[in-house]
Unconditional design. Structure first.
Length: 732
């Protein structure tokens, strides 16, 4: 056998990088130095070896290979390109959420390459040498999450900068002199990103709108909406279009509907509600069963597909509830008038009507368009009085003023009977594995200037739960009615996945600090255990914290045409049908339901999946804005209490400080570790605690401590506290 001649040096090796990658891929468990690569390539001259050394260095620089040992390389087995959404942290680095990977990909700040929070990006993934975890580099910004940002303008002689308020933004926006005009230094503005040259540290932008002076109430409310990309007013053409709609009740239209005007019907809503999009009707049938109607404002009758009104409603996708205002999805002529089921008025409605026996079982159902007449309007407090006293003689101090109706014995009987049915339905739901989230809501008493003068807590009583159960019934049954049809039809579901095992384990560890336990053996025991936990913390110092932590453990609910059921409610089928005045998905559900009642073919799944994703995104922005407005009001409220001591519970522990939630008003702030003068404290991650180096004193999650307000920053919506000491120390 003749020996193959070795290649002589001098020439450039063709496709060298690809050849090296091929060798390493085929031998992925082995490490190779340049000599071994040369032997595989059958070259042995100095020039070829130098080419190999250089190529190895370049491939390592691109992270396509890793230097496993000094001078020895192997293929980076996880190296690949993925797409996902960037989630920035306040430390100016981020994570990309990739569906195909089990864990999020860490992106260091140096590898962001101009990507910003929420952007949809393409990343290059490799293994971190220290711990073997995924790390990545942004190689392409596929779609910007947003290009408009709220910040404070800093004016210099020949240019300006907008300092962005969001702690997740790692750069200011450069504003050329000609864009500033006569805008004053320090004003809060809405700036738009126009360009970001390759070698520039900051993007170049222009000022879209001046929002006002920093810290002023109206400025901050407008900022909250603007920074979440939410609307603040209706375009004039949309208002004009809505005002021209004929909202009168026509005999011709009534004939197309089931006429339920003679059936006893009423609404139960918050005392200060301005729109009433759902009503209940009640009738005792000859067989002793009950006919219960859930009647929903027929928004889709007025909001027609393709109109500018529909386009605007879809873009908004939801009403937004800030502490001091509502930004509605629909113009007032619809939301507060034509589509509001006000007492003593006939309205077009879309209804789910059930025959229910005395054991609260549904024995028959009907869905369709109706016309109804509301006989009465109750606040929750009034309905609660009726339930507790079996009486319609509601005291004046809890009664809605200027009533145009009387609370008849028939209405009292209806409210009491519906509450009894709701109680049975709720009990059955809990048995099936539903989780009871009765979280305390923080509310503010505002004066005429929208300044907070007091804090109160809203809890759900029987009247609230009555309405909740019948709304859940309608949502579930509508969803089941369509979801079980064959062939399968496109529909919009409200989906809620099972909680992540790691999050449940973390919750178990956290609540253990308060002496609570969880049973995570299986799906049934998890829901039973979580309900037990939520019940056990009722009225205790840690209630709000545990409620919040438990909610955070849950997956986020979303809209989709791909039904996976609703874990939290323990429903196999669930949709949103009952609030079309304030949620666009409910409008879509009404349209689809009517389409299938008319026996038309299935709608486009692709179209409705895209619309569902948009509605989920807008819901998230809306929730973020609502939280920001609460935080702002909490900071504003605490500004006037700087010299007072407050008892709070440690609600979070980090390497830079401890979070304290004040027990009497649920306001949360931070005590920075560097501000605790009694000792130098170290973070104990394992035990959710901090420990003093000299004293050995420990503050841990759940401990009660006294604090005073150090700083209340309205612009950052941030509270800083001074630590006075533990409850035991202060009260001794």
């Amino acid at each position: 056998m003749t020996k193959r001649k070795k290649k002589k040096g001098g020439n450039k090796i063709k496709n060298l990088s690809n050849s090296i990658l091929s060798i390493l891929r085929k031998n992925s468990s082995q490490n190779f130095n340049y000599k071994q690569i040369a032997a595989k390539l059958e070259v042995d001259d100095a020039n070829s070896r130098n080419q190999i050394i250089k190529a190895l260095s370049e491939l390592a620089g691109k992270k396509q290979i890793i230097e496993a040992e000094r001078g020895k390389f192997q293929i980076n087995g996880s190296t690949d390109y993925f797409e996902g959404k960037l989630d920035m942290t306040t430390r100016k680095d981020g994570y990309v959420i990739v569906e195909d990977l089990e864990e999020d990909v860490y992106i260091p700040q140096k590898s962001l390459n101009k990507a910003l929070d929420g952007d949809f990006v393409k990343i290059y993934v490799y293994k971190r040498r220290r711990n073997g975890k995924n790390e990545g580099e942004v190689v392409e910004i596929i779609k910007r999450s947003k290009i408009q940002f709220v910040g404070k303008l800093q004016v210099h002689e020949n240019f300006g900068f907008v300092q962005i308020q969001s702690p997740k933004m790692y750069t200011d926006i450069f504003i050329p002199k000609e864009e500033i005009g006569d805008i004053k230094d320090g004003m809060v503005v809405l700036a738009e990103l126009k360009d970001w040259p390759e070698k520039a540290d900051s993007p170049i932008g222009k000022i879209i709108e001046v929002l006002g002076e920093a810290g002023a109430h109206e400025t901050e409310m407008q900022s909250i909406l603007a920074e979440n990309g939410l609307p603040r007013e209706f375009p004039k053409e949309v208002e004009d279009f809505a005002n021209k709609i004929d909202t009168s009740i026509q005999e011709k239209e009534i004939k197309k509907r089931r006429d339920m005007r003679d059936t006893l019907t009423f609404t139960i809503d918050p005392k200060d509600a301005k729109d009433f999009d759902d009503a209940l009707s009640f009738k005792i049938l000859e067989n002793g069963n009950y006919e219960v109607g859930i009647h929903i404002a027929d928004v889709s009758h007025y909001v027609q597909p393709g109109s500018i009104l529909d386009d605007e409603a879809y873009e908004r996708a939801t009403s937004i509830y800030l502490v001091d205002r509502v930004v509605p999805m629909l113009p007032e002529v619809l939301s507060n008038n034509a589509c509001s089921l006000r007492p003593n008025e006939e309205k077009y409605t879309f209804s789910a009507v059930f025959e229910i026996d005395k054991k609260a079982k549904v024995v028959d159902q009907w869905f369709g368009r109706t016309v109804t007449y509301s006989d009465a309007r109750f606040a929750y407090e009034e309905a609660q009085f009726i339930i507790e006293n079996n009486s319609g003689d509601i005291p004046a101090d809890i009664s809605i003023q200027d009533k145009k109706y009387s609370t008849t014995p028939e209405i009292v009987k209806a409210v009491v009977t519906l509450e009894e049915l709701a109680k049975v339905m709720r009990r059955e739901r809990m048995k099936s594995g539903a989780i009871s989230f009765d979280k305390v809501e923080v509310k503010f008493n505002l004066d005429e200037n929208n300044d907070p003068i007091g804090v109160y807590f809203k809890t759900a009583k029987e009247a609230n739960k009555l309405i909740e159960e019948f709304m859940l019934l309608a949502n579930r049954k509508v969803s089941e009615f369509i979801g079980k049809q064959t062939p399968k039809k496109t529909f919009v579901y409200r989906c809620h996945d099972e909680p992540n095992d790691d999050k449940l384990a973390a919750l178990e560890k956290l609540v253990g600090k308060f002496g609570h336990t969880l049973n995570l053996k299986d799906k049934k025991s998890i829901s039973t255990s979580l309900n037990g936990l939520l019940e056990n913390v009722q009225g205790k110092k840690e209630q709000n914290l545990v409620d919040t932590l438990t909610i955070r453990t849950m997956s986020k609910a979303y809209y989709s045409t791909k039904n996976i059921g609703h874990y939290g409610l323990a429903f196999d089928y669930y949709s949103h049908f009952t609030s079309p005045i304030r949620r666009y998905p409910d409008v879509m559900v009404h349209r689809l339901l009517q389409r299938y009642l008319d026996e038309k073919p299935s709608a486009s799944q692709e179209e409705y999946e895209e619309k569902s994703a948009h509605c989920s995104d807008m819901e998230n922005f809306s929730v973020s804005a609502e939280r920001d407005s609460i935080k702002y009001m909490q900071v504003k409220f605490m500004q006037d209490h700087e010299n007072e001591q407050f008892l709070g519970v440690i609600s979070g522990v980090t390497e830079w400080g401890i979070y304290i939630e004040i027990e009497q008003n649920k306001c949360e702030g931070m005590v920075k570790l560097r501000d605790i003068k009694e000792d130098h404290f170290d973070f104990d991650k394992e035990n959710y605690a901090i420990e003093g180096r000299k004293t050995g004193k420990i503050y841990q999650l759940g401990d009660e401590v006294y604090v005073t307000v150090k700083n209340a920053d309205l612009v950052k919506r941030q509270l800083d506290f001074n630590l006075v000491g533990s409850k035991q120390e202060v009260e001794q």
